[in-house]
Ligand binder design. Sequence first.
Ligand SMILES: NC(=O)c1ccc[n+]([C@@H]2O[C@H](COP(=O)([O-])OP(=O)(O)OC[C@H]3O[C@@H](n4cnc5c(N)ncnc54)[C@H](O)[C@@H]3O)[C@@H](O)[C@H]2O)c1
Length: 439
Amino acid sequence: MAVMARHCPDIRFIVADIDAEKIRAWDSGKPPIYEPGLTEVLAESLHRNLFFTTDIGPAIDQADMIFVSVNTPTKTFGEGAGYAADLQYWERTARTVRAHARGPKIVIEKSTVPVRTAEAMEYILNQGGQPWRFEVLSNPEFLAEGTAIRDLEMPDRVLIGGADTPSGQAAVAELVEIYARWVPRDRILTMHVWSSELSKLAANAFLAQRISSINAISELCEVSGARVQEVARAVGMDSRIGPKFLEAGVGFGGSCFRKDILNLAYLCRYYGLHVAADYWEAIVRFNEHQQARFVRNIVHRMFNTVVGKRIALFGFAFKADTGDIRESPAIRVARCLVEERARVVVTDPEALDNARRELVDVADRVEFCSDPYEAARGADAIAILTAWRIYRELDYRAIFRDMVKPAFLFDGRNLLDPREMYEIGFNVFPVGSPPLVHG
Ligand SMILES: NC(=O)c1ccc[n+]([C@@H]2O[C@H](COP(=O)([O-])OP(=O)(O)OC[C@H]3O[C@@H](n4cnc5c(N)ncnc54)[C@H](O)[C@@H]3O)[C@@H](O)[C@H]2O)c1
């Protein structure tokens, strides 16, 4: 909304959330999340045409368009538990909109939702006996955390799905006009609402599939002596495939991939498409395997015991340039190492508070440290879990000097040059290429 408000100074944007603490932070100009460039973009429109409130009723009533971007986590109970999307927040929002609107509104799905959610939403909205109709559009969000502002400023595409009715098409046209203020028209795709809903799930599944595919190749590389980065380069130079999302590592994280793919698999199963469901689910299963084998490798390479050993985790965010740790591989790595009775030290430039909250139940066995040099001091091993640029630029000679010998380096993001690290003295374990171990 901050990016929209910047491009549409004549439109009033009101962001309403039930979480008062978050709203207070946004309203003070200090977003509660780390995202490069966000504070500056927010400052441009804050209190000019961008407002934050917890007063949801009036915000609904004053609006012509309502973007619903509440969370849609994986269901943890009942039918579809562990797979299907939990739509309780969604449905609650539909009922809240219906209760507070005193005129027609265009309701826009921003959250990632299962195909045909708009239909259910429209049904609930239009059952209030009111003399007008609510129009529901699908406008899934494709921003990636860490590059959110750039992605919103210059999106590869904007999808707008609506019903094939005159009122549905009129609502689509209204939303197109807003995006067209800064997005080239040929990048604004209009389509049927169900296609739009499914496209978002499909896009995330394709992205995650590339990661699991290259990670599966990385496992084969480790036993065969091939090098995954060389293979990825060769594969990615095929113009039909392309070079992006072909970096092997400790596995994908983030709040979306896992939940969206399980959701896609559930949809397939719901329609009786079990082979398709198994196909998509395998992407998630392989990701879990990749994370598990990364930790197993740490224990195995350190002579099958890490009891009492200090292991520094470089990075806790699920990827660089964000403080978000949801589904981060680092969670699993930290917990497994604690279980193995290692002394775990976590460092991260932006995610340390979130890491503290996540590991609160094992806080007596984990240290948190903002300085990576201090984290590594006296450590037996470093595991790089997030590809923060600063971890590329550290003085690894100094770090090595202060570590217990032999010093181990498990590079879960292939961030460092393994040969260079080996020459400093580390035993180096990259993902997907042969380890470099001093005899
Ligand atoms: N995070 C991403 O990078 C990303 C990218 C694309 C799409 N999405 C999708 O966007 C949706 C939201 O994701 P997120 O990461 O922002 O989740 P989030 O959990 O960070 O934010 C959801 C917000 O909704 C609020 N909320 C819940 N119920 C509410 C209600 N009834 N009324 C008002 N506010 C309510 C919560 O307090 C919370 O602040 C999800 O469907 C997700 O799949 C996220």
